[in-house]
Design a protein around this ligand. Structure first.
Ligand SMILES: [Zn+2]
Length: 582
């Protein structure tokens, strides 16, 4: 785009694009429910191919290269959206004839749909974290293939540097495209981004870490959908009497669970995305107050991931209601429908931002659900100290309801303890370099290894230094720098006891080489002072013993620790399992 006025400020920074709100089975009056979303504006080549996403529509099943989507430039400098249902001024446009048929049958719409959802998800991460976010795969641009293969599956692969969507024949012999499901596209994109932020979370470590990628990707996908007012409004309209008002009887946690959460679960993917649909339905139906985390049936990664989804979705309903309580009634017992919808979408949007920000406050290796809960609570307090809608209380209660407790290293309220930095020496490091230079942060760690309680045996590496700007709801900004370090020791099994007091499983061959990990996230405030150290100590014998036991029993010690197709297998198993449970 030409910078016509000679000033960079004359460039618009978002572009509106039309997507399918959830998937082709979620309909209003028999028509597919659509939504218009904002994505970052950029120069687009045919594909679309932009600065972070390269849609290449090659089908390996039929060796077909589909025609790329070419977005035409309109007079106002924006791209024309050939599928828009609104005019440029926001007023509705008549739905063209055979519009739904075109959505499902036109590969260029499929390309636009995946491009827009991938970019929207990436933009949500970048907004929440206040910095650019890398993909887990190498390179700045990720490949996205909307019709990659003929199978009921979709996956991100670090090794193949892409996100691949399958298609298959559904009920009544209709083709089903996973690239048309908002939740599937957002879920896969989340895997690719999470892998860029915390690359060690795909390694085998514990039942929690195995389940975290799935649970987190589901949370982001669902909150991303519920942050669309079109969809929330539609779900409410369907279950409540028509009119501008909505009665409070329809706005209890149970009523909203039925109408909004289960309402979507019932509709989602008739014949499509069964795995995800069931994840929402099953997690919403889980009863609170059972010892889930120690129940054997919840050690399996999909089921365990659903506990995170259950906790977050129930917290979402409570926060939504708490926001409604602040706006009062328009007439006795009645609330304004558009405000109810707006507050619901806003609550989902806020939780989405919090869920993403929490990643910075998680240890870089061996994450547990407890770590994630403490991270969520802490990051929220940093950005929103007053908590007027009681987000933190709601999160703590609902995570506890599904047996997810805060981390043992946290304070009584479940938040990470601030680091007592009285012993730290900053004099030998430079403030300015500390904000971006890995070597400088390593020097800080090395000089302060005693005060930081970092074992100097083995290998220590600073993996990243990332300045972040987080914007609070009051518009104020919080500046932080997040540095990640990892520690690695490689020992023979027989040496573990003497070196680190780790008890290896009894049948582990004594000369087997074992890699032990530790590491932490260091959060520096805007003055370069250390605020939090969120770490897993390498010499934590209890945790390391449990990890080795898990790795040995799950067969992960024999196999390749970096398994590029793990997610592909996992998703296929998930879809197959959902089919069986029908
Ligand atoms: Zn997944």
């Amino acid at each position: 785009m030409r910078n016509t006025r000679g000033s960079r400020h004359s460039l618009v920074n978002t572009q509106k694009l039309t997507i399918i709100a959830q998937d082709p089975s979620v309909r209003i009056g028999g028509k597919i429910l659509m939504s218009e979303v904002d994505v970052p504006a950029e120069e687009l080549l045919a594909g679309p191919r932009g600065y972070r996403v390269n849609v290449i529509d090659f089908d390996t099943a039929t060796s077909t290269l589909y025609r790329p989507a070419v977005l035409k430039r309109a007079k106002n400098g924006q791209y024309e959206d050939a599928f828009a249902l609104k005019k440029a001024d926001g007023t509705p446009r008549k739905r063209p004839k055979r519009y739904d048929h075109k959505l499902v049958s036109d590969p260029t719409f499929h390309a636009q749909n995946v491009y827009a959802i991938v970019m929207r998800t990436l933009a949500q991460f970048e907004f929440a974290l206040g910095r650019r976010v890398p993909w887990g795969s190498q390179g700045h641009q990720i490949h996205v293939a909307p019709h990659a293969f003929a199978d009921a599956n979709a996956f991100y692969s670090r090794e193949h540097r892409g996100i691949f969507f399958g298609y298959f024949t559904g009920p009544s012999n209709r083709p089903i495209f996973t690239c048309l499901s908002h939740d599937i596209v957002a879920h896969e994109t989340t895997h690719a981004i999470l892998d860029g932020i915390r690359s060690r979370y795909l390694e085998p470590s514990s039942p929690d870490q195995a389940a975290f990628h799935e649970g987190f990707a589901d949370i982001i996908a669902l909150l991303s959908i519920f942050s669309l007012p079109d969809l929330v409004g539609q779900l409410l309209d369907r279950s409540t009497p028509r009119g501008r008002m909505i009665s409070k009887a329809h706005l209890t946690a149970d009523a909203l669970k039925q109408s909004v959460l289960l309402g979507l679960a019932e509709e989602m993917g008739v014949g499509l995305s069964k795995g995800r649909e069931s994840a929402l339905r099953r997690s919403v139906k889980l009863r609170a107050g059972r010892p889930y985390m120690s129940m054997p049936e919840f050690s399996e990664e999909h089921d365990r991931g659903e506990l995170l989804v259950a906790a977050m979705m129930n917290a979402f309903l409570e926060i939504w209601m708490s926001r409604l309580a602040k706006i009062g009634f328009v007439s006795p017992g009645k609330r304004d429908r558009s405000l109810v919808v707006e507050e619901g979408a806003r609550a989902a949007g806020h939780l989405l931002t919090m869920s993403i920000r929490a990643l910075d406050y998680c240890p870089p290796t061996d994450i547990t659900f407890a770590d994630y809960l403490s991270a969520l609570l802490t990051v929220d307090r940093e950005v929103v100290p007053d908590d007027k809608y009681r987000y933190r209380a709601a999160l703590l209660r609902h995570f506890n309801n599904f047996d997810i407790r805060h981390a043992t290293g946290a304070d009584v309220d479940g938040l990470w303890k601030q680091f007592d930095g009285r012993e730290l020496v900053y004099a030998r490091t430079h403030f300015d370099s500390m904000l971006r230079d890995k070597e400088e942060v390593f020097r800080f760690i090395w000089e302060n290894r005693k005060a930081l309680d970092i074992d100097d045996r083995g290998y220590v590496e600073v993996q990243s230094v990332r300045p972040s700007i987080r914007i609070g709801p009051d518009g104020f900004t919080l500046r932080e720098t997040v540095a990640e370090y990892v520690q690695i020791m490689t020992l023979q099994a027989k040496e573990l006891k003497a070196a680190l007091k780790i008890t290896p499983p009894p049948d582990l061959p004594p000369t087997m080489r074992i890699r032990i990990f530790g590491g932490g996230a260091l959060i520096f405030n805007e003055y370069g002072q250390l605020k939090y150290k969120i770490a897993n100590r390498i010499e934590d014998a209890k945790r390391q013993t449990a990890r080795l036991k898990y790795l040995w029993e799950s067969g992960a010690l024999d196999g390749d620790q970096q398994d590029g197709l793990r997610l592909a297998r996992l998703h296929r198993a998930r879809m197959a399992r959902a089919e069986r449970s029908e």
